[in-house]
Design a protein around this ligand. Structure first.
Ligand code: UT7
Length: 321
């Protein structure tokens, strides 16, 4: 049986951190409100020369270095983003060209904040069916470009960044390292709760992010608890078996509520929302890379990735590191 094993991770953040207090100088908000309602303390915002592809390329290079894999060995790049450099071609093809590994498969997936889970599930399926041997799975965003900086209910919540992992198809006999199972869902009935009010085939503009936060919050807690239970049940594991949960970093209150529903202790949840804010598709691999590099997540740990975002889309993936 073939398993998709994580060989290494990397991440990239643009520029210096922008604190809540700095944001409050240009937006009608306060550090106290943002911290109390979201847990966010700072975020990184893309500078003039930063793009989704430049952040993704840096994260990919760091993941390749951590994995000890040469870019030439990569034959699949799946990049999750809702903020591509151009409407087309796919940002993944730009990363491929930057890395100098042209010729393999490269494409983007659009599942907003669940994008990394969708990308991971897609890459895992392709590796297990033999379409490719070594993949880069990337989540990269420059959400600051689609924020309405006049709308304090959304602009304080998001940040920019990228995270990447290297996956390799390995013979799974003898151990259970690699992606064990991934469960993905979508429910297109909730477009008006979280969307961008523009696009190539409608307005011909890029548009700005719109969100009805409290409604999204309620759906997030229910959907995440449900998909986490589904993922555990399908793999025959219990919440007690999990060493670490690496969740989408939207709001620390969502992380707490989901953990409580599953009976998971807060110490097992990797939290980076305070440092990075919500970086959409980049948030799960950014949090994962943070915990890999500071030594919390180690080889053979059982890790649950989970995310929920616009669409709605949501999913979870159980992985033995
Ligand atoms: O990544 C995809 C998934 N996204 C999410 O999961 C986001 C989910 N939603 C949330 O995280 C929360 O709903 C928010 C953080 C967006 C909002 O928190 P909330 O506790 O639900 O606040 P609220 O929207 O109910 O607003 C409470 C008050 C309002 O004032 P009034 O009407 O009570 O007087 C807002 O106008 O807070 C006010 N407010 C602000 N005040 C200062 C809203 N934004 C701000 C702000 N600064 N930035």
């Amino acid at each position: 049986m073939i398993r998709s094993v994580i060989l290494g991770s990397g991440s990239a953040l643009p520029g210096a951190a922008v604190t809540n207090a700095q944001l409050a100088e240009r937006v009608d908000t306060s550090d106290a409100w943002i911290v109390e309602r979201t847990g966010i303390r700072q975020r990184h915002l893309a500078g003039e020369n930063d793009t989704t592809s430049s952040l993704a390329t840096t994260a990919a290079q760091r993941a390749l270095a951590a994995a000890g894999v040469d870019a030439a060995a990569i034959d699949l790049i799946v990049l999750a983003t809702a903020t591509p450099d151009q409407t087309f071609p796919a940002t993944a093809t730009m990363v491929q060209n930057n890395l100098g590994c042209n010729g393999g498969i490269a494409f983007d997936v659009a599942a907003v904040c669940s994008g990394f889970l969708y990308a991971l599930g897609t890459a895992d399926s392709m590796l297990r069916t033999g379409m490719a041997r070594r993949a880069l799975v990337i989540g990269a965003e420059t959400f600051s470009r689609i924020l309405d900086w006049e709308d304090r209910t959304t602009c304080v919540l998001f940040g920019d960044g990228a995270g990447a992992i290297v996956l390799e198809a390995q013979d799974g006999a003898g151990n259970d390292r690699g992606v064990i199972t991934t469960k993905l869902h979508a429910d297109g009935a909730h477009n008006e709760l979280l969307y961008v009010d523009g696009g190539p085939s409608t307005t011909g503009t890029v548009g700005k992010l719109r969100m009805r936060g409290p409604e999204v919050f309620r759906h997030a807690v229910v959907n995440l608890a449900s998909v986490l239970k589904e993922t555990l049940a399908s793999s025959g594991h219990t919440a007690d078996d999990i060493d670490w949960v690496v969740p989408h970093q939207a709001n620390s209150r969502i992380l707490d509520a989901t953990a409580r529903k599953l009976g998971l202790p807060a110490e097992k949840i990797i939290v980076t929302v305070d440092q990075h804010a919500n970086t959409s598709a980049a948030s799960v691999p950014l949090a994962f890379d943070t915990a890999m590099r500071d030594g919390r997540i180690k080889q053979s740990d059982l890790v649950m990735f989970e995310a929920m975002g616009g669409g709605f889309t949501w999913g979870a993936s159980l992985v033995r590191i």
